[in-house]
Design a binder for this molecule. Structure first.
Ligand SMILES: NC(=O)c1ccc[n+]([C@@H]2O[C@H](COP(=O)([O-])OP(=O)(O)OC[C@H]3O[C@@H](n4cnc5c(N)ncnc54)[C@H](OP(=O)(O)O)[C@@H]3O)[C@@H](O)[C@H]2O)c1
Length: 276
């Protein structure tokens, strides 16, 4: 695989000029680490990437759920490995990075990291406790930063890498009960821009996705329990429906693939017009 770019043509190599424009979206030359892939959006990403030919490393805390996802990927003819990881713990992240290095050693696949692990809850600012703060910032900000820091050296050795962080519309918009979650997601977007600056010369592109309310099993439960809040949220989405995990897959493929090689430091809002 050539990492050489002609600065005049912008092409990764001359042979690409003769390929279909869709060739730059291929994922079959990538090893993609997806944190938070036992459920929800991360599971949709992992299964979609594997169907597109990527090797996928599944990382979250619940081994049983991760094994279930791995089996579904294997049954569909894909490749996946499980590394049980709590992204709030640096020791787990170091172990994940070592596993990724071992799993990548047999070939020269391009490494992609999706910092997707996360959780969200709605809590009035006056009720937020220290543990709520710790949980949200440790999972979203500390987790994303140290996963990037620990896996980046392998990308740097290969002269190429992609990091996609999961931000949120609440990084920009506000709502009652979203102060700490929104602050953590704003930090994720700022980290995205900061790391993109630092690592662009090393071949690493760092971008973020910012979804609106997306119908995972967990979100379906919370919306079902609070129809008034669901109606208020829906009224802010101009396309007129909530997101589905599948709505994010195309944008994730774009940011994980060579099609976005000239894009870095961006937060892409996939939000049905919520923030526009
Ligand atoms: N759904 C939405 O409406 C929405 C909107 C905007 C942004 N987002 C963001 O999108 C991402 C995925 O959300 P989702 O809705 O798909 O959530 P989800 O369905 O609740 O799944 C969350 C995933 O994160 C994992 N996870 C949570 N804490 C973790 C930790 N400490 N270490 C490792 N893994 C952890 C969970 O696995 P384990 O329990 O096995 O660890 C699970 O796989 C999150 O960053 C979320 O903030 C979601």
């Amino acid at each position: 695989m050539s990492g050489e770019t002609n600065v005049m043509t912008g092409l990764a190599n001359e042979s690409l000029a003769n390929e279909s424009p869709l060739a730059s979206f291929r994922l079959d030359d990538r090893l993609i680490v997806v944190t938070g892939s036992s459920d929800g959006i991360g599971r949709a990403f992992a299964e979609s990437f594997a169907r597109a030919g990527a090797r996928v490393v599944l990382a979250s805390r619940r081994q049983g759920k991760l094994e279930e996802v791995r089996q579904s990927i294997l049954a569909a003819g894909g490749w996946a490995e499980v590394v049980v990881t709590d992204v709030g713990r640096l020791s787990d992240i170091r172990a994940l990075a070592e596993s990724v290095r071992r799993l990548a050693q047999d070939d020269d696949r391009r490494i992609v990291l999706i910092n997707n692990a996360g959780l969200g809850f709605t809590k009035p600012a006056l009720d937020v406790g220290e543990e709520d703060w710790r949980l949200l910032f440790d999972t979203h900000v500390k987790g994303a930063f140290f996963c990037a820091q620990q896996i980046a050296p392998l990308m740097i050795e290969r002269g190429y890498g992609k990091i996609i962080n999961m931000s949120s519309t609440w990084s920009r918009a506000t709502d009652v009960g979203k102060s700490v979650y929104g602050a953590a997601k704003a930090a994720v977007s700022q980290l995205t821009a900061a790391l993109s600056t630092e690592w662009a010369p090393l071949g690493i592109r760092v971008n973020a996705l910012a979804p609106t309310t997306t119908m995972t099993d967990f979100v379906k439960g919370t919306m079902g329990a609070n129809p008034d809040r669901a109606a208020k949220l829906l009224s802010r989405i101009k396309i007129g429906r909530f997101g589905q995990p599948s709505d994010l897959v195309g944008a994730a493929i774009f940011l994980a693939s060579g099609a976005s090689d000239f894009v870095t430091g961006q937060t892409l809002f996939v939000d049905g017009g919520f923030t526009s």
